[in-house]
Every structure is written in structure tokens, then in C-alpha cells.
Design a protein around this ligand. Structure first.
Ligand code: ARG
Length: 564
């Protein structure tokens, strides 16, 4: 149940009955004395009709039908409405269950998308885990989610590599070697014009389907992708080979993109290149920034491919929304291609095109996160370090634990810590990557929440409670119980916010608040020491808390151990 949406709808319907207009502006109450939810929209709606807001507020209450959701509605200050949820209604609000979207939408999520022939590095982490968490939330809501891993598997770098291998006679099926070859190829490319030309020709050969080139290229892609898949598996990310839809996939559609732009009169030549000039994109000095779609040598660009991808996703995949998870440095790129797609009619079905940008991971020095020697950090190394740090922690806490069990646990804790450390930050800001903070058992961290989960679960084992025999609902009575029930019921408001805006940190904040609420409840309301009905309803609330913590963490892509 999405409480916010439901209250808004009912209040706005009442507005309409009263001849008023406007948004109900419902939000969780900012302070307990304001009830559980507040609606702040009455004042503006009344003002528009030049009516007294407190009187209008009273009329809204008189006409509002909430079907038992609130036990109390109060007018506060100049015309705020404060709602206290009804405990009987709360009991049936089905905490721990995700409300299903009606109707479900088809949503393309474009995420991870590393450039191949290189090992995955920290720069790919954010897109991969933010995208995966959004995918999980949307899927849980019943949407049809189409993952599109738009890998960079095409273009000059592959021509360089092909030409270099041809020239040097080297070969290998190790990714590490490919990287070395790539570096040498780059040196050759920069120093020797003849090599440069041959490398460009290799791309053309590749495009026109020449056999040697195609075979070699497929080999690179296979090696590179199997490495990416290893990383995805270790990270517990839901991407698999069937989600690959790389740049090369659009190769054949690119001439058509240029043709369509030309037909629409959008194409202009500039220094031999084909460009689209749009007034809305200007430099600070006022010069128009062109969107280049074809270079003077005939080669296509990142933007061209993305235009073809929009056309495919909107018409063939029939997407209602297309979400792009990349870092904020691509803001202009996406603004430009969205605008061009609109003008050129590539977005045939009016899909909602949404770029979800994120900031940079920084080191302690405030500069982009690197190794001590200034190299880019490989994801494989980062994950290994996360697991090792977690292992030390686990062994410190449970010296008796067998190594194998300790390793299993440290994987869950270490990977969870890295993911949560990222997901809990507002994605648009840069953040400092801090091992000690993210792997700590205190504060808004994954280990803290995982631990909170195991603590709730331990109540059942200590009390020898058969969880399955507990009733499914409980009516909260004491205030700490009621506050916990209200927080439990807010899960779907939170998920909807994540789904609509693409900010997983809302879910993190929610889970942290839930854990805090539970602690307050647990301190005020003894569970195993109580008896009868009181004990049962508190156990039910505890079970709902454990379920919601587990569900919420799983939607962030984080596992929950049964013991820590
Ligand atoms: N491969 C690109 C990069 O590493 C990201 C691709 C994002 N998706 C897209 N449709 N442009 O920057």
C-alpha cells in the first residue's frame, strides 16, 4: 500500500468536490506531534480561490472519505492537515510486501556498460550497482524490466588492437594480455601515422564483415565479457550475457540515423563532419555546441549509436521509460541526444527518456579514487580487499568460527558494505570512498543493518518461536509499537520514490530508520518476557521488521546472513 499516493488521491478528489485545485502535498510528518502524515496543500489551494485556509481545511475533513485509514485528522497552524493512521488499518497494510504497479510499465534500464578489452575498474562500480538496485525495485513492483548492457564493443580501439595483433603476431586469450596489447597498440597508434591508417581500415574491415577481423573481434569480446561476468557474479549483480546489447548491435542502423536526420533537415556539415546544431546547447561564450553524428572519414560516433538505440528501444522494445545510469560527465551527451531524438522522431512511442547521473568516487585526498601509486583501481582488487577486510572483522568478532564459514560470511558483509557505502549516498554527489566507515557496525551502514536483521531473528531462536505459527497481522497498541507499525507501512512509499526518481539512497535511509525504530520499540517493549496477546503481537511486529529489512536489503542487492 502506498500511503502517500492514497492520501494524496483522496484529498485531491475532495479538493475537486469543493471546487478547489492543487496538489495535496502529502509527506510523512516531520514531527511526531504532527501525527504520522501531513498534507500541506490546503493553504495554496484555498489561496487560489481567495478562501480562508482553516475553513477550507475543515471542509476538506468534512468531505474526506479515507476508508478507515486514519483514526484522527487535525488542523494545525494556518491550515495543515495532520493524519494519525488507524492501528486496525495499519495491521492490514501488509508490511513486508511490495505493492504491485497497475498497470505495469515496460522499462529499459541501461547500466554497467563498460568499454570492453579493458578490465573493469572502479569507474564502472557505480553504474553497475545503482542500476542493479533500481532494476530490482522496479521488478519487485511488477514492472517488465529490460536490462540493456550497452557495452563499448566497437570503434577505433578495436581497430588498433586488431592491427597491432596482425603486425606483432602476438595472441593470447588472457584479458591481462589484451590490456598489455592494447597499451602497446595505443603507443603505435600515437607515434605512427601509417599504423593509424591501417587501424582505421581494420575498423572498416570489421564493419564490412571481413573474416579475420570478425573472428579476432569476437574473441576479444568473449574474453572481455567473461571477465565482466565474473565481476557481476562476485558482486551479486543480476546482469548476465543475455543482457548485452553493445554498441556493435546498432552498426547496421547507423546510416539510417544519418539519413533520417538529413530528411528532417537537421543535418549540417561542419569541417567535413555531419552535425546537428541545436540552439539550446551553447558554450559559455554563446557558440553552439554541435552534436557530431558522423566524422569526416565516415566513422560514426557515440551519439549516433545512442540515437539508434533510442529508436530501437522505443519502437522494438516498446519501452514506456528508458533509464540511463552513467556518470554526470555525460549530462550534456544525454541532453543532446534526447533533444535530437525528439526532433528527428526517433522516440516514436514517446518513451520517457531519463538520465540518472551520478558523481565520482573520491579518495581520501578528495581526488578521483586511485591506488597509492596513482593507478586506476581494478574492480577485482577492490572486491578482494572488501572481502579481506570483512574477514578480519569477522574473525575478530568470532574467533572460534571455522575458516570456511568465516569466508562465506565475510563475502556477504564485504560486498554488502561496498554496495551500501555507495547506494546510501545521494547519487548525484561525489563521495569519498572510506573503507572504515562503510565496513563499520555503527551508523548507516550495511553491516549495521545486517546485524540488526540477525538480532531480530535471534529473538525467535532464543524464544524457541516457530515463526510460521505466528498470525500474519498484529494490531499495535502501545505507542512504540504503533510507531514501528507506521514505519513498516511506509516501505511502499519509499519504493515508489526510488522507482520514480531513481535514487536508491531513499531506501537506505528508510531501512536505517526502520532499524532505529525497532531498537526504540525493543527497548521500550519487552518481547520474550511478555505473555499472551502482548507477546504475540510484538513477535509479529518483530517478524515484519526482519522481513522488511531482508527485503529492503535484497532490493539493494545485499544479502542477509542468519548469524553474525
Ligand atoms: N560505455 C559507456 C562508457 O563507458 C557507457 C554507456 C552508457 N550507455 C549509453 N547508452 N550511452 O562511458
Amino acid at each position: 500500500m502506498q500511503i502517500k499516493a492514497m492520501l494524496s488521491k483522496r484529498i485531491e478528489q475532495t479538493f475537486a468536490v469543493l471546487g478547489l485545485q492543487g496538489d495535496a502535498l502529502v509527506q510523512a510528518a516531520s514531527r511526531p506531534e504532527f501525527g504520522d502524515y501531513q498534507a500541506n496543500g490546503v493553504m495554496a489551494a484555498a489561496k487560489r480561490e481567495k478562501k480562508n485556509p482553516r475553513e477550507v481545511a475543515q471542509q476538506v475533513i468534512d468531505h474526506l472519505d479515507l476508508d478507515g485509514i486514519a483514526s484522527q485528522i487535525e488542523i494545525a497552524g494556518p491550515g495543515f492537515l495532520n493524519f494519525t493512521l488507524d492501528p486496525i488499518w495499519l495491521a492490514t497494510a501488509a508490511p513486508g510486501q511490495v505493492s504491485q504497479a497497475t498497470p505495469p510499465a515496460t522499462i529499459v534500464v541501461d547500466y554497467s556498460a563498460p568499454n570492453l578489452a579493458k578490465e573493469m575498474h572502479v569507474g564502472h562500480l557505480r553504474s553497475t550497482i545503482i542500476g542493479d538496485s533500481i532494476v530490482r525495485v522496479l521488478e519487485a513492483q511488477g514492472h517488465q524490466v529490460l536490462r540493456q548492457n550497452h557495452v563499448g564493443d566497437w570503434g577505433t580501439q578495436f581497430g588498433m588492437l586488431l592491427e597491432y595483433l596482425q603486425e606483432s603476431g602476438e595472441s593470447s586469450d588472457q584479458l591481462a594480455d589484451l590490456e598489455t596489447f592494447y597499451r602497446s597498440a595505443k603507443v603505435r597508434f600515437d607515434e605512427d601515422e601509417a599504423f593509424q591508417n591501417r587501424a582505421r581500415k581494420a575498423v572498416v574491415d570489421l564493419q564490412s564483415g571481413a573474416e579475420y577481423a570478425a573472428l579476432q573481434w569476437q574473441k576479444f569480446i568473449a574474453i572481455s565479457m567473461s571477465h565482466c561476468q565474473d565481476i557481476y557474479d562476485r558482486l551479486g549483480v543480476t546482469l548476465s550475457p543475455e543482457h548485452i546489447a553493445g554498441e556493435s548491435r546498432y552498426n547496421e542502423a547507423l546510416p539510417g540515423v544519418i539519413k533520417a536526420l538529413e530528411n528532417k533537415g537537421l543535418l549540417q556539415e561542419s569541417d567535413g563532419a555531419q552535425c546537428v546544431f541545436l540552439d539550446e546547447f551553447k558554450t559559455k561564450k554563446g557558440d553552439i555546441l554541435p552534436v557530431i553524428v558522423q566524422k569526416s572519414d565516415g566513422g560514426y560516433l557515440y551519439a549516433t549509436t545512442d540515437l539508434a538505440a533510442i529508436a530501437y528501444r522505443t519502437s522494438e522494445l516498446d519501452a514506456d521509460r528508458i533509464l540511463y545510469c552513467t556518470d554526470a560527465r555525460q549530462n550534456l551527451h544525454f541532453k543532446q541526444i534526447f533533444a535530437v531524438a525528439r526532433l528527428a522522431g526517433f522516440n516514436a512511442n514517446q518513451s520517457s527518456l531519463e538520465h540518472l547521473p551520478f558523481g565520482t568516487m573520491l579518495g581520501a585526498d578528495g581526488k578521483p579514487f586511485k591506488t597509492r601509486s596513482g593507478d586506476i583501481i581494478k574492480l577485482a582488487d577492490l572486491l578482494r580487499e572488501a572481502e579481506n577486510r570483512a574477514l578480519r572483522l569477522v574473525q575478530e568478532k568470532n574467533p572460534g568460527l571455522e575458516l570456511q564459514a568465516a569466508r562465506k560470511l565475510s563475502k556477504i558483509i564485504g560486498i554488502g558494505a561496498v554496495k551500501y557505502g555507495d547506494l546510501c549516498k545521494n547519487r548525484t554527489s561525489d563521495y569519498v570512498f572510506d573503507w572504515d566507515q562503510m565496513i563499520s557496525f555503527e551508523g548507516n551502514t550495511s553491516p549495521y543493518l545486517q546485524y540488526a536483521y540477525t538480532r531480530v531473528r535471534s529473538i525467535f531462536s532464543r524464544g524457541e518461536i516457530e515463526v510460521a505459527t505466528l498470525p500474519s497481522e498484529a494490531i499495535a497498541v502501545d505507542e512504540p509499537e504503533r510507531r514501528l507499525a507506521v514505519t513498516l507501512a511506509a516501505l511502499n512509499d519509499t519504493l515508489e520514490q526510488v522507482a520514480a526518481e531513481g535514487y536508491p539512497h531513499y531506501l537506505c535511509t528508510y531501512l536505517y530508520e526502520l532499524a532505529t525504530r525497532f531498537t526504540q520499540f525493543y527497548e521500550a517493549c519487552p518481547i520474550l518476557k511478555s505473555t499472551g496477546e502482548v507477546k504475540t503481537r510484538r513477535l509479529v511486529l518483530a517478524r515484519q521488521t526482519a522481513d522488511t529489512l531482508q527485503l529492503g536489503l535484497s532490493l539493494l542487492g545485499i544479502d542477509t546472513p542468519e548469524r553474525m
